[in-house]
Ligand binder design. Structure first.
Ligand code: TZD
Ligand code: CA
Length: 525
């Protein structure tokens, strides 16, 4: 007899899902029983860290991992990070354990009263199968849905007595299904788009995370070069779609209406690829787009296209569209745009400016290093002092939810063992995902963690000034010793306060075979 558990593992195996990130409780034990040897279980000490490791792994491998969580409490605890996962469009399949079917109605301990409802606003699909006979098919639906564009997290809740039931004969057919996700602009649609672009005098490109997620970076470079068009990265980027060392790269768009309009106003055509139009943050009302400008939106996300308040949109795989446009648009020659110069910050005797931290990381890290960043007040400093090149070299929380960066770095490093990951994390942010250090230590995942210890929620101090929110409670964070915390989780650590100490620490960290944490003493200005 094949049990539902065995059939489910066969389904997961069939889809290449052999890494499980989890935190277990009593409801999950019968799923984890006889855990197959070809699967790897990465235990996280907190569900936020579990979800972030899985999200990072999904983004950096392109493959859906399984997340195994405990009932309502475990699933609920993961949901802060899940808010990022939906925006990063990571194909994560969440399996939460449920009490025995016949007991859920009595609201016994660790039953999840309305399990499918719990993560619903954040997931593409959420279900608790109505019968054990539908468990394998439901799990298959969750896997396919997670992997179809736009990708995203899905959730299945399974009562734990289901796992030992006999699987359906028909489950074998479900397990065997392959699904191909295709479609592209027709030749006529493409020709229309090419005509629009060729008719423009001064096109500009704005690129977003979908470009990096679908490995379309090189097509974007070819198109930009063909058009000799300046390239902006769309606001608050969770990934980097274009090499920042390229002469056509001009910078990151700020996240507000007025500034975007101003920066793009010199162009009669704005081509946005693989980004929402636009993901604003600060409220600065104004005209979306200058008089006489037009906008073309290329995306494979129907919801993003439907909600955009302006621009004509083309729903099709971004990689294919960019590649065919690069082959078809007329070649132009234009002068290379200039990038604004930014003066470097100055160190204090006992503390560094964040510019020093990022510049030194750039100097010491290997060229193909992967950056994971969650240090909110130092975003400009990061982009001014680092260069991001190839596909898959930059990751950040897609919804700005803290607790992603530190554990995501662990998942990303697990997915990319040939490259090194450096995680630059604020001292505030670090605490939301700190338990990721333990998983890194246990699995010897060689992430270099750099904690920027400016002893405050710097971004909130700056935001407060801008909103004139005076006399708030203090947002300072004195007395958090990251060296002791890291050592407590089994990660070797050192504190540094100037450039030469940082350089030495980074050199040792990149030579290490396991994780290392560097506490960099910085200041907020
Ligand atoms: N909680 C969660 C889960 N996500 C959030 N984004 C916040 C709270 C609010 N928040 C921000 O948006 S930035 C920030 C908080 C608390 C401060 C982060 O401090 P940091 O970085 O030390 O990591 P900086 O460079 O000092 O700002
Ligand atoms: Ca801070």
């Amino acid at each position: 007899m094949t049990t539902i558990r065995e059939a489910s593992f066969e389904l997961l195996r069939r889809h290449g899902i052999t890494t499980v990130f989890g935190n277990p409780g009593s409801n999950e034990l019968l799923f984890l029983k006889d855990f197959p040897e070809d699967f790897r279980y990465v235990l996280g000490l907190h569900e936020g860290a579990v979800m972030a490791m899985a999200d990072g792994y999904a983004q950096a491998s392109g493959q859906a991992p399984l997340v195994s969580l405990h009932s309502a409490a475990g699933t609920g605890t993961s949901m802060g990070v899940l808010a990022n996962t939906v925006k990063s469009k990571s194909p994560v399949v969440v399996l939460s354990g449920q009490q025995v079917r016949s007991m859920v109605g009595q609201d016994v301990m660790v039953a999840s009263a309305d399990a499918a409802q719990l993560p619903k606003p954040l997931t593409k699909f959420s279900i608790e199968p109505l019968s054990p006979n539908d468990v394998v098919r439901s799990l298959a639906e969750a896997i396919h849905t997670a992997n179809l564009h736009p990708k995203g997290p899905t959730h299945v809740s399974v009562p734990y007595d289901d796992w030992e039931h006999e699987a359906e004969d028909n489950d074998a057919l479900t397990i065997r299904r392959a699904v191909v996700d295709a479609s592209a602009l027709s030749e006529t649609q493409l020709a229309g788009l090419v005509r629009l672009i060729d008719a423009a005098e001064s096109p500009v490109l704005v690129l977003g995370p979908e470009v990096d997620a679908t490995h379309a970076n090189e097509h974007a470079v070819r198109l930009a070069e063909r058009l000799s068009a300046p390239v902006w990265i769309a606001p608050s980027p969770p990934r980097c779609p274009f090499p920042t060392t390229h002469p056509l790269f001009v910078g990151l768009l700020p996240a507000n209406v007025a500034a975007i309009n101003e920066l793009l106003s010199a162009h009669d055509l704005v081509i946005v690829a693989g980004a929402p139009v636009f993901r604003y943050h600060h409220h600065h009302p104004g005209r979306y787009l200058a008089e006489g400008s037009a906008l073309i939106h290329l995306s494979q996300d129907p919801a993003e296209i439907a909600r955009a308040p302006f621009g004509d949109a083309f729903l099709a795989p971004v990689a294919d569209t960019l590649s065919r446009l690069a082959d078809s648009v007329a070649k132009r020659v234009a002068s290379v745009p200039c990038r604004p110069h930014r003066a470097a910050g100055v160190d204090r005797p006992d503390r560094m400016h964040s510019d020093t931290v990022f510049r030194t990381i750039t100097e010491v890290a290997p060229d193909d290093v992967i950056h994971v960043v969650e240090s909110t007040s130092t975003a400009d400093s990061f982009w001014s002092n680092t260069s991001i090149g190839a596909q898959g070299s930059f990751y950040s929380a897609a919804a700005g939810g803290l607790g992603f960066g530190l554990p995501a770095a662990v998942g990303i490093q697990l997915a990319q063992p040939e490259r090194r990951v450096v995680a630059s994390i604020g001292d505030g942010s670090a605490n939301f995902g700190i338990t990721g250090l333990w998983s890194a230590a246990q699995h010897k995942v060689p992430v270099v963690f750099v904690i920027l210890r400016n002893e405050t929620y710097g971004a909130l101090v700056s935001f407060g000034r801008r909103l004139e929110a005076h006399c708030t409670p203090s947002f300072d964070l004195p007395g958090i010793d990251f060296v002791q915390i890291a050592q407590g989780y089994g990660v070797p650590a050192v504190s540094v306060s100037n450039e030469s100490e940082l350089r030495d620490a980074l050199t040792c960290a990149f030579a290490a075979t396991g994780p290392v944490l560097i506490e960099a003493l910085t200041y907020h200005n």
